[in-house]
Write a protein that binds this ligand. Structure first.
Ligand code: GTP
Ligand code: MG
Length: 263
């Protein structure tokens, strides 16, 4: 069996370039990418990829965005996050937070808080990777020019890579428009992962239901969703997450303030 040195989770809004970064690390097209308006990755996928003489398991997650979501989609987003994180019994070594530059969106701040502060409880080193910087003469300069905006919003990454995650269109000579930026980006990502991934991964789900409840509450607050109180929705979440009857009862009590009959 392949020995894996750690789990690395990529998060960020839909279209940020998470799947493209996985492909860049793999050196081949493993993960599906999409230029369409709708999100492309609907379920988290994991890939074991070699980096020098180590193997890491990379998780390509479902992108979150600010769009209108119905109860069903909302439930699925929450359940997917839960399944992914709670399934990592051997912990997380690194979080890679992706965003699409050069413009900074509101969702960036919300997603950072959700993943870095709440889900990973500030325990896991977090890299900020800004994609879409192929038109910058010097990609690193983007960070020097914009760093203050991030710090003003409480975003302090452990390291940052300003990159181009695609090679761009093919040119007549067989090369591609962004080959130079792409290759520079690839080596940045490799170095950062090897330097920053923890040797001793952090487990982040000590008390399942308490943690789940906190995540749910924050998701609702950030995205302006009404807090989940409906018994059927709670039952759906419990089924999607494979909670035991006792866990389902506790979740219902937390969410419904004890008055909610859910079984
Ligand atoms: N110009 C440019 N396009 C990029 C870059 N990175 C990714 N893209 C393109 O942006 C689109 C979305 O990229 P994905 O890698 O599918 O994004 P994702 O974060 O996996 O999106 P979801 O799966 O929907 O969450 C694709 O068409 C990519 O080719 C980049 O650095 N520059
Ligand atoms: Mg994707």
């Amino acid at each position: 069996m392949t020995e894996v040195s750690g789990n690395i989770v990529l998060v960020g809004e839909t279209g940020a370039g998470k799947s493209s970064i996985i492909n860049m690390i793999a050196g081949t097209k493993f993960a599906q990418t999409s230029s369409g308006a709708a999100g492309c990755t609907f379920q988290s996928h994991s890939y074991i990829l070699p980096m020098h003489d180590r193997n890491y398991r990379f998780f390509d997650t479902v992108g979150l965005d600010e769009g209108e979501k119905g109860t069903v989609e909302r439930t699925a987003v929450i359940a997917n996050l839960y399944k992914l994180i709670s399934g990592l019994d051997d912990g997380i070594s690194l979080l890679i937070f992706c965003m699409r530059g050069p413009r900074i969106k509101n969702a960036t701040h919300q997603n950072w808080k959700l993943f870095h502060d709440i889900i990973c409880q500030k325990k896991v080193p977090t890299l900020l990777v800004v994609t879409g910087l192929e038109n910058e003469e010097n990609m690193n300069k983007w960070w020097w020019n914009n760093r203050r905006i991030f710090e003003d919003q409480g975003i302090y990454p452990d390291d940052t890579a300003c990159i181009t995650a695609i090679r761009g269109r093919a040119l007549k000579d067989g090369r591609h428009a962004f080959d130079d930026h792409y290759e520079e980006s690839q080596s940045k990502i490799f170095n950062m992962v090897l330097n920053r991934a923890l040797f001793h991964p952090q487990r982040v789900t000590a008390a399942k239901i308490d943690w789940f409840y906190k995540v749910l509450r924050s998701l609702c607050a950030f995205f302006g969703w009404p807090m989940v109180r409906d018994a059927k929705v709670i039952r759906d979440i419990a089924t999607l997450c494979s909670f035991s009857p006792e866990e389902t009862r506790r979740l219902g009590k937390e969410l419904g303030g004890g008055n909610c009959r859910i079984m």
